[in-house]
Write a protein that binds this ligand. Structure first.
Ligand code: NAD
Length: 259
């Protein structure tokens, strides 16, 4: 399928690895020029080179912490005109509901709610002026069903989801389409980190922890960042113009719900 976005320019945040990289690769395959961002220079440079070589698109790499004002300012300054925004950042740490302090919540809100909102606030007005734009926010399945040990994620992402629900309908008349993409369990460093926590707590091996989680999924496997990226590219395409403010769940059937 031709996604109709060849020659557009996308900012994909937190994209040297994992789901962000999956999105960046799928957009590059559709002919989109990229601005990539991550905190670690080595992995980011390697990813940028690999994508440039493989897909022959322009790739700009900006090392910055996207959850800080300073980091965002540098990214926005160097990014230039952006048609497509994919917001992403690392997820908050796991823990117990009674242990989190105000500072823990502020950090989670900064990373997983206020950073994407700041990026949308900066980049959507020029998209509206040009009459075309696409935004995909990588959130989490925790928006549909809370994950007990990820209360910081449950809270911050719910805030972002509410913001998008209202805002997407205000920018759509100007050709800017905003939707959220909700990952379930995907095979990335983040999944490893959570599985290691389970292995330590339960005194089992990492492989046993993974097998246990796989069994909870009707698909009986973890998601692949490439498939996640393909859905992201579709949500950034010309084809998605009638889909406004939706929450698309990719979870291998993990959440047992009719809607
Ligand atoms: P990951 O840890 O595998 O990769 C994160 C990427 O983001 C890396 O490239 C890292 O360098 C970059 N990054 C992290 N924090 C950053 C920051 N502050 N500024 C710039 N770059 C930053 O994570 P992932 O599995 O790809 O997950 C992406 C998002 O999706 C996270 O918020 C995660 O919580 C969420 N999520 C993941 C899963 C899963 O199973 N993988 C499930 C639900 C939600």
């Amino acid at each position: 399928m031709d996604l109709g976005i060849r020659g557009k320019r996308a900012l994909v945040c937190a994209s040297s690895r994992g789901l962000g990289r999956g999105c960046a690769e799928a957009l590059a395959e559709a002919g989109v020029d990229l601005v990539l961002n991550a905190r670690g220079e080595d992995a980011l440079t390697a990813t940028a080179e690999a994508i440039r070589d493989r897909y022959q698109v322009q790739v700009t790499a900006i090392v910055a912490d996207i959850t800080t004002e300073d980091g965002r300012a540098r990214v926005l300054e160097q990014a230039g005109a952006i048609d497509i925004l994919v917001t992403n950042a690392g997820g908050p740490p796991p823990g117990l509901w009674q242990d989190w302090t105000r500072d823990d919540f502020i950090a989670a809100l900064d990373a997983n709610m206020l950073a994407p909102i700041a990026l949308m606030t900066a980049l959507m007005p020029p998209m509206m002026e040009r009459g075309w734009g696409r935004v995909v926010n990588i959130t989490s399945q925790s928006v549909k069903a809370p994950i007990p040990q990820l209360g910081l994620s449950n809270s911050a992402r719910a805030g972002l989801t509410g913001y998008v629900a209202g805002t997407a309908r205000q920018v759509a008349p100007h050709g800017v389409i905003v939707n959220n993409l909700l990952p379930g369990i995907h095979a990335t460093d983040r999944a490893d980190q959570l599985d290691r926590g389970v292995a330590e707590r339960e005194g089992i091996t990492l492989d046993e922890a993974r097998a246990k989680r796989r069994e909870t999924l009707p698909a009986r496997r973890y998601g692949d960042p490439k498939d996640f990226g393909a859905m992201c590219a579709f949500l950034c395409s010309q084809r998605v113009g009638f889909m406004v403010g939706q929450n698309v769940l990719l979870d291998g059937g993990g959440i047992n719900a009719t809607l």
